[in-house]
Design a protein around this ligand. Structure first.
Ligand code: FAD
Length: 603
């Protein structure tokens, strides 16, 4: 069975040393409670819960899957008990508003816990995974009565939330939604339609399920401007707020899928189900975005967690597995062969995993500070800046971290050789589980359009400038630091190039809008690599400074420095390919007609 130790040392490095979380928390009204002792206790207890409770259920949940029996879904053995422990431990309410029974801690802490959950049992993590976003959507857009009915239950975890967008004929293009909402005499709505692929749409972990559903009112305008948001509980709350009458929403079937077998992916049939409007009529998509943005960051964290899990197991295997001798001569002459970690190519794979896991962690924790400031900050200008950065970084966190997270899990299989392909070791499960992260919550292609089209070009490059200015300032401040030049020089060059590349796409797009779509995924990956370069340069500065002062833990800092060096020498050059692809433009992509793709055969 794969093992996992929460990366507490690396978390402490990023939080305490690199990003100065103690000062960050001290500057937030909600941060008062997040004293270093409290933070340490939460991380350690979260690590224990993930390793001892969730990890042992990961492989069994994958093999057993979910069952649909008489309209009820049974999650794999042990999932329900683990969820009860999670609720008992107060984990769901960690970062929620005390007014709704939450503990009021900064959101960033919940994100750290989330990494541990995703690393140990992604399928389980997706049962409570959308409750926070559902609560957020209701907190921002719900009526007082809706907040009173649902928020406390979602926050304490007795009820879980879902997000019901997708229909058989529409996923990306929600303007095509057919689910209808007819007003009823009591001021509520009768919701009718079919939603597919609904994560945790039906299960036996919690006493009630709160669906947030997109549907159309009878007189709604066409397309995405005519979508409204409804809250549709599985059991209608009675006068005391407890689950009462069964509502007309049932799970019609479960999807059979490539990974996350332990999570129920449901076809949900709404048959005149009683629903309640959330927010203004026809403004549902904007309300749902509150939930979708949180979920997008959450999916990026899934990519990070799986990369870390795969890395840890590949590393242990590579230290243990004996095959062949090192090219430079035996390294372990007392053994029949050397451990495979001596081979440069195995090291390339391990370092790729390590760099993506550690780089991803820095990106998530950097972005988490922006979320804390947006949610709890007291300075309006600082909040506005954080909101701009958060908007820019959200598609990068979602898509870049899931793309490289998938690559990292794939390398994990390769390090194990043929054993990686065998179920017993659990490495192939990580690849299968990671594959969905590039798809749901908006595919990589859609995140890339959001980044380049909406966030960067629509703001005339202003949102990007907020970030590139910060990088520029860092490079300027370190200009005279010769020890850091190997990082700062290439970073400064790329940072300037990022702006020029963006301008180039913008100019081409004025003549031909297809240029945006043609450049978008390469642009997103380019942006992700530059963003991680900035964070690795900061990590290297920190590691160098600590080593210069002298440290009891020098091996950790040397490892960090070397990982940064590997990243700059071996992964960052991928920006060259992405740049060249971007500059090639749309022509070869758009030259053929749809028919010409067929090479003469009929599809
Ligand atoms: C396991 C699982 C769990 C899920 N959980 C949920 C859930 O809880 N709630 C929910 O509502 N949905 C859920 N989904 C649905 C998921 O969000 C969608 O599958 C996803 O958004 C893509 O939509 P689609 O499958 O309809 O693909 P399509 O929209 O048909 O896209 C197909 C391909 O075309 C590309 N494409 C489409 N439009 C464009 C464009 N304009 N420009 C460039 N490329 C484009 C896409 O990137 C993709 O590669 C889940 C899906 C799965 C498989």
């Amino acid at each position: 069975m794969p093992d996992y130790q929460a990366p507490l040392r690396d978390l402490r490095f990023v939080m305490d040393e690199m990003l100065d979380y103690p000062a960050h928390y001290a500057g937030l009204p909600a941060g008062e409670e997040a004293s270093p002792d409290v933070v340490a206790a939460i991380l350690e207890e979260g690590a224990r819960f993930a390793r001892e409770v969730l990890l042992p259920l990961n492989q069994s949940g994958d093999r057993e899957g979910c069952r649909l029996e008489g309209g009820e879904v049974k999650a794999p053995k042990g999932f329900k008990e683990a969820y009860a422990q999670y609720v008992e431990g107060g984990w769901p309410s960690l970062a929620a508003d005390p007014a709704q029974g939450g503990q009021g801690l900064p959101h960033s802490l919940a994100m750290v816990l989330s990494e541990m959950i995703c690393a140990t049992n992604l399928a389980w993590g997706m049962y409570p995974g959308l409750s926070h976003g559902a609560a957020d959507a209701l907190r921002h857009h719900g009526t007082d009565a809706q907040k009173a009915t649902y928020l406390t239950k979602l926050v304490e975890g007795t009820w879980t939330g879902t997000m019901c967008l997708t229909e058989p004929h529409c996923g990306t293009d929600l303007g095509l939604i057919k689910t209808r909402a007819l007003p009823t005499d009591d001021g509520a709505y009768a919701i009718t339609g079919t939603k597919i692929f609904i994560s945790a749409g039906e299960h036996d972990l919690a006493e009630n399920i709160v669906h947030l559903v997109l549907a159309k009112l009878p007189d709604a305008p066409e397309g995405s401007k005519g979508i409204s948001l409804f809250v549709v509980p599985k059991f209608l709350p009675d006068a005391d707020g407890n689950p009462g009458e069964r509502n007309g929403v049932v799970c019609g079937s479960l999807e059979h899928k490539m990974g996350i077998h332990g999570n129920a992916t449901c076809v949900m049939n709404f048959d005149g189900a009683k629903g309640f409007l959330v927010g203004a009529p026809n403004k549902g998509l904007a309300c749902m975005f509150t939930m979708m943005n949180a979920a997008r960051i959450g999916v990026g964290i899934q990519g990070l967690g799986l990369a870390e899990a795969s890395f840890q197991n590949a590393l242990a295997y590579a230290r243990d597995r004996l095959q062949m001798r090192a090219l430079s001569g035996p390294q372990a002459p007392e053994k029949a062969a050397d451990p495979i970690i001596v081979h440069p190519d195995v090291r390339r794979m391990l370092l790729t995993q390590k760099a993506f896991a550690e780089g991803g962690r820095m990106l998530v924790l950097y972005t988490a500070q922006m979320i804390d400031i947006v949610e709890h900050g007291s300075d309006a200008a600082e909040q506005e800046r954080a909101e701009t950065l958060l908007g820019l970084l959200t598609p990068i966190v979602k898509a870049f971290l899931t793309e490289v997270g998938f690559e990292a899990t794939n390398e994990g299989v390769q390090v194990f050789g043929g054993h990686g392909f065998i179920q017993e070791w659990g490495m192939e499960q990580l690849v299968r589980d990671a594959r969905i992260t590039r798809l749901y919550e908006g595919t990589t292609g859609i995140q890339a359009l959001d980044l380049l089209g909406r966030k960067v070009l629509m703001s005339q490059g202003e949102s990007l400038k907020v970030f590139t200015k910060e990088i520029h300032k860092f490079c300027q401040a370190e200009e005279g630091n010769t020890a850091l030049a190997e990082f700062v020089r290439p970073l400064a060059k790329l940072n300037a190039e990022w702006g020029e590349l963006t301008m180039g796409i913008g100019m081409k797009a004025m003549a031909d809008r297809e240029e945006v779509g043609a450049a978008s995924v390469d642009y997103l990956m380019y942006s992700g690599y530059v963003t991680l370069a900035y964070l690795f340069a900061r990590a290297a500065r920190q590691a160098q400074a600590t080593l210069a002062e002298g440290s009891d833990d020098a091996a950790f800092y040397r490892g960090k420095l070397n990982t940064a060096r590997f990243y700059f020498e071996r992964l960052l050059p991928r920006t060259r390919t992405h740049k060249q692809a971007i500059e090639a433009g749309a022509e070869s992509l758009m030259a053929m007609s749809a028919e010409d793709f067929g090479r003469g055969f009929e599809l």
